[in-house]
Design a protein around this ligand. Structure first.
Ligand SMILES: *Cc1c(COP(=O)(O)O)cnc(C)c1O
Length: 372
């Protein structure tokens, strides 16, 4: 049985008719950029997650970048973020001349530990970027409290957590501003690169609208230096069609996670401590289903040999990335992140993955530990 890590055809097929109809509409109007579809997508997402404003942008990375720019974060400002995340969370900070300050994670949720955040605050700290890693919210009440006490901004990196909840609220509606990604493999995946900023701060929203279009406040008149961070209409048209299936697909991912747990339990892998399944502290939408596995590298090779797609998220803590060796974080110790990087393994969890495929994968993992 060959099982890919992700199957984008399933979520394309169910939306295909709508996508093609929307595309035809674009071909009839030739509104390719900043047209009606992106406006509608902003409305759908801002209503759903309960924020005043959403701004469609060119990628999740650009959503983070434009938020940092709009908040005035720049040279020598410090921004605290997770040591265990995708590169863009910290790369955008560094691109503005600000300094990412990496924070160790909670061993259960793999999200930044609020206690660790507290210890990293200095007079130069301007913001905290919690990442809702793999689709589960960080501990937002604790983080907002720390931010409030210290006069800091909170930017949620919600690139992996669209429509996951933190209590009654949705991720992306709690911080001062939030970033979403519609990279094709994300839970709401576009047909190319795209992203979204959300905020309920109207002043911040207005700055973002201008920055998205070169800081142009009226025709060829620029009061700020922005960039081209616009989303194209094909992305918005495709995303609107796919958004209709997002809640259902998030539920399917949760069911898949439940099946994995059941099979691992039945195989005795949890009890023996060979496999640790994701810890659900808050609503988890499983953008990735990442287990912590004993002898991870050999397990990964074994699964690959057996035609089972899997991947390591993430192999190297950010503080150890060569490009960040100029930061003071480079010499700090991050024991929980390092442990996670050495044991993490992402397994297929996409909507449409069949229960018998999950049973097959769990069976192969069990077989691996019996042989080794
Ligand atoms: C995907 C992702 C990003 C970047 O989004 P792009 O759309 O690929 O630019 C940023 N942060 C996290 C945590 C992500 O998973």
């Amino acid at each position: 049985m060959k099982i890919p890590l992700i199957d984008l055809n399933i979520t394309f097929k169910e939306a295909e008719e709508d996508i093609r109809r929307n595309f035809d509409q674009i071909f009839s109007t030739h509104r390719y950029v900043l047209g009606p579809f992106q406006k509608e997508l902003e409305d759908v997402i801002s209503k759903k997650i309960g924020v005043k404003h959403a701004v469609s942008v060119s990628s999740g990375t650009d959503a983070l970048l434009i938020l940092l720019m709009a908040l005035g974060i720049g040279r020598d400002d410090e921004v605290i973020t997770s040591d265990f995340t995708f590169f863009a969370t910290a790369g955008t900070v560094a691109r503005l001349g600000a300094l990412p300050v990496f924070c160790d994670i909670d061993k259960d949720t793999l999200n930044i530990s609020p206690e660790a955040v507290k210890n990293l605050i200095t007079s130069r700290t301007k913001a905290i970027i919690p990442v809702h890693i793999f689709g589960q919210s960080a501990d937002m009440d604790a983080i907002m409290k720390i931010a409030e006490e210290n006069g800091l901004y909170v930017i949620e990196d919600a690139c992996q957590s669209i429509y996951s909840r933190y209590g009654e609220r949705y991720t992306g509606s709690i911080g001062h501003g939030s970033a979403f990604s519609f990279f094709p493999s994300k839970n709401l995946g576009g047909l190319g690169d795209a992203g979204m900023v959300t905020t309920s701060d109207t002043e911040l929203y207005e700055r973002i609208i201008y920055l998205r279009n070169h800081g142009q406040t009226s025709g060829y008149f620029h009061t700020m230096i922005g960039g081209n961070f616009r989303m194209d209409e094909f992305q918005a048209a495709g995303l609107l069609a796919k958004e209709k299936h997002l809640e259902k697909n998030n539920t399917l991912r949760k069911k898949n996670a439940m099946h994995y747990r059941g099979f691992f339990e039945a195989e005795g892998l949890l009890e023996k401590g060979l496999v640790k399944v994701p810890f659900e502290r808050f609503d988890h939408i499983y953008h990735q289903y990442v287990i912590q596995a004993e002898d991870r590298d050999n397990l990964k090779e074994y699964l690959s040999e057996n035609d089972i797609g899997c991947a390591v998220y993430y192999p190297l803590p950010l503080h150890k990335q060569p490009c960040f060796n100029y930061l003071s974080s480079a010499s700090r110790k991050y024991p929980v992140t390092e442990e996670a990087c050495s044991r993490a393994l992402g397994l297929p969890v996409y909507p449409g993955l069949e229960e018998k495929a999950i049973e097959h994968i769990a069976g192969k993992i069990s077989e691996f530990y019996k042989r080794h």
